[in-house]
Design a protein around this ligand. Structure first.
Ligand SMILES: C=CC1=C(C)c2cc3[nH]c(cc4nc(cc5[nH]c(cc1n2)c(C)c5CCC(=O)O)C(CCC(=O)O)=C4C)c(C)c3C=C
Ligand SMILES: [Fe+2]
Length: 430
């Protein structure tokens, strides 16, 4: 944490900031209750609710708002993504879970421990403690609900069948899909993104802990990008094939584009999802050893872009609009017909908001090669008109298919944002 040079802020800091570390220490000496009694510091518990230091504030993404964080938020260094199965059959318990998650997520987003740290030494601490002393690290926690929360095995599990959006259905099977149960589906999801993996893990771990008896982990996947420290200039991140990945995306500063392509709008389906968004997640293995034996020219033709600059083939600048009509002296398209760029772009009418992270999970025991690839996360207003048609084209024609395999898949409706005093999922349950 950097030193605060603003004296006014400093005094606020001194009056109100007791860090996670201080609170844990205090609790460890016999509980906050004891200290309170001994010192007469009646305000101590409210101090915990006080302002974070100005350094912390810079790294806090507000939890409350019209939309959830972690969708149009600038990508953080890390993601910890989990899919969950709901184990309770009781709707009230499910609602309670969402309420408890709301309280916890709001605290975590501010870099605070979940719940009360004054628990006595004869009970497990309410917060697991590994984020003690760490900043909020731009943590965002994004919650989604999957199709199976509404109907599973033809059962209307929570009386929510009528509220299931038409768009929230299992994705079709695409050619070449090699999906495994271990990375597929889920009733709920939590996407925790932060500039520190321990902070992201801490958030997920505590949320799962809170869900005990109501929901369990189904699958989990971490992901990374180059860190902000390694690339202060914040160039477009490179994927594990060494190419800039994330160049073309809707402009998150344009309300118009977001309303057209990302946020669910009134009239799109049930009202409860307005201001939410659909998340499609694919765990895509990348055969990096094969790629590394492929010539640079072949690699560039696969993507239809130059590796070094990220510019479309035949063009100069990374951010130039694609010139798909341009041909070389032999009369061939510069951007090949089976290239990833041409096929994913299509006619340009299906933009999705990509927020992908690389993953590296040790070795693929079946082949002895790396199990590494892309945790492809994308947000959109209507999967049937965005991800699905794009993936249909890619799955049938993309040259990239020689080097990748889709191993996991899920779709979730990411809930609208939460207003102060409200709770996640309120619009579904009320
Ligand atoms: C169905 C959606 C997509 C999947 C699945 C997908 C997988 C995937 N992509 C890369 C690498 C790159 N993708 C790039 C562009 C790009 N990809 C998609 C969609 C999917 N990609 C879109 C919509 C676009 C933008 C198209 C456009 O309008 O130009 C690029 C080029 C640079 C960029 O714009 O980001 C790269 C590189 C990998 C490695 C991969 C699976 C492992
Ligand atoms: Fe792509």
């Amino acid at each position: 944490m950097t030193k605060n040079t603003n004296s006014q802020d400093e005094s606020v800091h001194n009056q109100t900031k007791i860090s996670r570390r201080d609170m844990l220490k205090t609790a460890g000496v016999g509980g906050v209750g004891v200290i309170l009694g001994a010192t007469g510091l009646g305000g101590l518990l409210t101090i915990k609710e006080g302002k974070a230091s100005s350094t912390d504030k810079k790294e806090i993404i507000p939890f409350y708002g019209n939309h959830q964080g972690g969708i149009i938020t600038k990508t953080q260094n890390h993601v910890y993504f989990v899919s969950l199965d709901v184990t309770t059959a009781n709707k009230e318990e499910l609602v309670k879970l969402f309420k408890d998650w709301t309280t916890a997520a709001a605290l975590l987003s501010e870099g605070k421990p979940v719940g009360d740290l004054s628990s006595n030494e004869f009970l497990p601490p309410k917060d697991t403690g590994e984020a003690e002393g760490l900043s909020a690290s731009n943590l965002t926690i994004t919650f989604g609900v999957g199709p199976s929360l509404f109907v599973r095995d033809n059962q209307d599990r929570f009386g929510l069948k009528q509220k299931q959006p038409k768009e929230l259905v299992d994705l079709p099977k695409f050619p070449l899909d090699a999906l495994e149960e271990a990375w597929t589906g889920g009733d709920l999801c939590i996407q925790a993104c932060a500039d520190d993996l321990q902070v992201a893990f801490h958030a997920v771990r505590n949320l799962i802990r809170i869900a005990r008896g109501k929901a369990i982990l189904r699958w989990a996947q971490t992901g990374f990008q180059r860190t902000k420290q390694a690339d202060p200039g914040q160039e477009t991140p490179r994927n594990l094939f060494g190419f800039k990945d994330g160049t073309i995306n809707p402009d998150v500063k344009s309300e118009k584009q977001l309303n057209e392509h990302v946020w669910v709008q009134p009239g799109d389906g049930p009202n409860w999802l307005v201001n939410g968004s659909y998340l499609v997640v694919r765990r895509i293995q990348m055969f990096i050893e094969v790629w590394d034996r492929t010539t640079l020219k072949e690699q560039e033709k696969t993507f239809g872009r130059f590796r070094d600059s990220g510019a479309p083939l035949g063009q100069k600048d990374e951010f130039e609009s694609l010139n798909l009509a341009q041909k070389n002296d032999q009369g061939e398209f510069h951007i090949p017909v089976d290239s990833h760029t041409r096929l994913s772009h299509g006619d340009g009418s299906q933009p999705i908001l990509r927020r992908a992270y690389s993953y590296s999970d040790g070795m693929d025991a079946k082949t002895g090669s790396f199990d590494a690839g892309l945790l492809f996360l994308c947000f959109q207003r209507q999967p049937s008109k965005q991800f699905i048609p794009i993936q249909e084209r890619l799955a049938t024609m993309d040259k990239l298919n020689e080097y990748i395999s889709h191993r996991g898949s899920a779709i979730f409706a990411c809930l609208p944002g939460v207003k102060q005093g409200g709770y996640l999922g309120e619009t579904i349950f009320s």
